[in-house]
Design a protein around this ligand. Sequence first.
Ligand code: NDP
Length: 467
Amino acid sequence: MGHIDVRNAIGSSYHDAVSGLRIDDIGPLDGTVVATLPRSDAADVARAVEAARAAQPSWAALSLFERANGLDRLADTMEAAADELAHLEALDTGKPWDVARHVDIDRCIRNFRFFAAFGRDQAPELFRMDDATNHVIRKPIGIVGLISPWNLPLYLLTWKVAPALLMGNAVIAKPSELTPLTAHRFSELVREAGLDGGLVNVLHGFGPEVGQALVEHPAVEAISFTGGTATGRIVAATAAPMFKKLSLELGGKNATVVLDDADIDAVLHGVVRSGFLNSGQICLCGSRVLVPSTMMAAFLPRFVDAVQRFPIGPVISEAHRSKVEGYLQLAVEEGGTVLTGGERGDGTGFHLSPAVVAGLSPTSRCATEEIFGPVVTVHPYSTEEEALDIANGTEYGLAGSVWTSDAERGRRFAERMDTGMAWVNTWLHRDLRVPFGGVKQSGVGREGGMWSLGFFSEAVNICVADD
Ligand code: NDP
């Protein structure tokens, strides 16, 4: 297959970057160029803002019901193209096709169906007083900027596009330059579904160039950003003085806590999956497994064996593989032992076998910094209090999971974890109505259900005195 020509979707047409520059998109399966894309900058943002400005008012004038119907139409076109979208996602990320099809693309479609139905279910928000009634209405913000990472490219992008459109906004999206393919195809599907192209503009290029320009543009009044904590800091420093609305979904170093009453065989698959799904490149992955010292001898060999049999693809890029390998080297320098994994294999792509590291202090760099790859560190603990101290002992606070034979005990433990989300005896089990987001350095704000509707709109109160 020849390489794909990705272009910026602006209004009703497709454009090269104003600069004329292009970037290669390298497929992680074999390291070849699969596409080229525009290297956009502030000049392209200016064009997209014009297109968004032209399209947004008539969209905002529709009722919430009519906009919800638009979301459903888009879900229909995506459903018809689901296999193709999964193919593109697998090509760009290296993940197995069925993970792309059933974890990523199914969820992309569900993002639109969910927000369409959720929007239709909203009851009027009325607050009665003795002598007046408060009517809370939600107005569109206008133009919102959506910046997303490479690990779940279309999944995370559509998680933002769906509520942003539902609430009457136009969007300018900046996907990661490492994974532009599904965002590009999605921009075509938006137009095939009959939505005005100016509602969903997609600009490709490097974060510090087009991403930064998007955050800086005064007409872009809100930024929803998902990515690393260091980048989030730059985005916040740029947007905050302009008083833009900001949602930051950032990194994590999540703990997977096996309690002393857990049945090892029953929890093993869940613990392994939480560590290594998508080659550990999901912000929610559990990269630190905490096991009672008394169970370690029974747990560790079974865990290593299960990890060796877990299906896994390559990591996203050569540079990312080097970063992950650097952490494995550091693990050894810090006194750890790599029990399995960390090997490249014979392929030409960016493969790295899933690695388990034991013997590290829970305060070591490898056990506290986000690696975002197929590496899990395992740590013994003696008491539940100690497990909690280790779990809460990083600057991050995104998610965690607890594995136990006593769900109520697990829930009590989870309540004491400093995280925005926690699972008990399950992982990545998502009800889209609930809040999603992190505490500490893992982010600011929440998305999901009402939280997304709140973020992508301006709540306005109108107090009407009784006659
Ligand atoms: P990055 O922070 O490197 O990039 C995220 C996005 O921001 C990319 O589109 C990037 O563009 C863009 N960007 C980079 N610099 C700027 C800038 N100055 N202004 C505006 N945009 C910019 O993250 P990764 O893509 O490496 O993704 C991995 C990270 O994402 C991990 O830390 C992971 O934990 C986090 N993540 C968090 C999730 C959550 O929900 N909390 C979910 C998934 C991932 P470019 O690619 O061109 O650099």
